[in-house]
Ligand binder design. Structure first.
Ligand code: 8X3
Length: 246
């Protein structure tokens, strides 16, 4: 078995996942990066000396194949997920809801369940799950996403109790607005609509979250940062509340 500390990052082909992989590699981890877009992953893996593996967290066989080849896991970053659509419940698109449930909730469950034995075996495992401020309460037109993020958060938070006594720490990071491909995916590729979300504010960047992950991973084994909520200064605690420059 390899002795180098090993990290696994899902949804690593862009945004927070990619930035987290770079941060953890710089901290000395061998990083297994997983996502569907293998070309981008391979470029990243080359740059950071990691391993690129195709992964679709909504597909049981893909998760099995992915987790089977990873020999050791010290850190797991559950980052795969996202939003699709922004619509009132009266106009809910069931396909969007299903996608959000599959990626955020069941995706996190599948990967975490499969890697738990290796995280425990490491003697000092860490699971970082990237939820969202959408895991903290409702917002109008966002129920598909808030429902999925609450579900994902519950998988993660429940494990904290279930793993008490085992050498695994759990940290939930709940970010507000981070400028990544998040809004592009939410608006089904509409770049103009996506750009408007960050118009007139200074949003968080993927690196801001990656630095927090690096900090969490570098704490000593007895320190468990349970939950970290992080927003841009321009975003208030009330959903949808932003201070925008005109
Ligand atoms: C996304 C959070 O604040 O951009 O997870 O809706 S926000």
């Amino acid at each position: 078995m390899t002795t180098q500390r090993t990290a696994v990052v899902t949804g690593a082909s862009s945004g927070i996942g990619e930035a987290a992989a770079r941060t953890l590699a710089a901290a000395g981890y061998h990083v297994f990066v997983g996502a569907r877009r293998l070309d981008r992953l391979e470029k990243l893996a080359d740059e950071i000396g990691g391993t690129a593996l195709e992964l679709d967290v909504t597909d049981e066989d893909s998760v099995d194949a992915f987790t089977a080849v990873i020999p050791r896991v010290d850190v797991l970053v559950n980052n795969a997920g996202g939003a699709k659509g922004l619509a009132p419940i009266a106009e809910a698109d069931l396909d969007d809801w299903q996608w959000m449930w599959e990626t955020n909730v069941l995706g996190t469950l599948r990967i975490t369940k499969a890697l738990l034995p290796k995280l425990i075996e490491s003697g000092d495992g860490l699971i970082v799950t990237i939820t969202s401020v959408a895991a903290l309460g409702p917002y109008d037109n966002g129920a598909g996403y808030t429902a999925a993020k609450h579900g994902q958060a519950m998988v993660h938070r429940t494990l904290r109790g279930e793993l008490l006594g085992k050498p695994v720490r759990l940290t939930e990071i709940a970010p507000g607005a981070v400028e990544t491909e998040f809004s592009l995916v939410r608006f089904h590729g509409d770049a103009e609509k996506a750009a408007k979300v960050y118009d007139g504010i200074d949003p968080l960047l993927a690196d801001d979250i990656a630095e927090i992950i690096g900090f969490v991973a570098s704490r000593p084994p007895h320190v468990n940062l349970d939950q970290i909520i992080v927003r841009p200064r321009d975003q208030g605690a009330v959903p949808g509340q932003f201070s925008r420059r005109s």
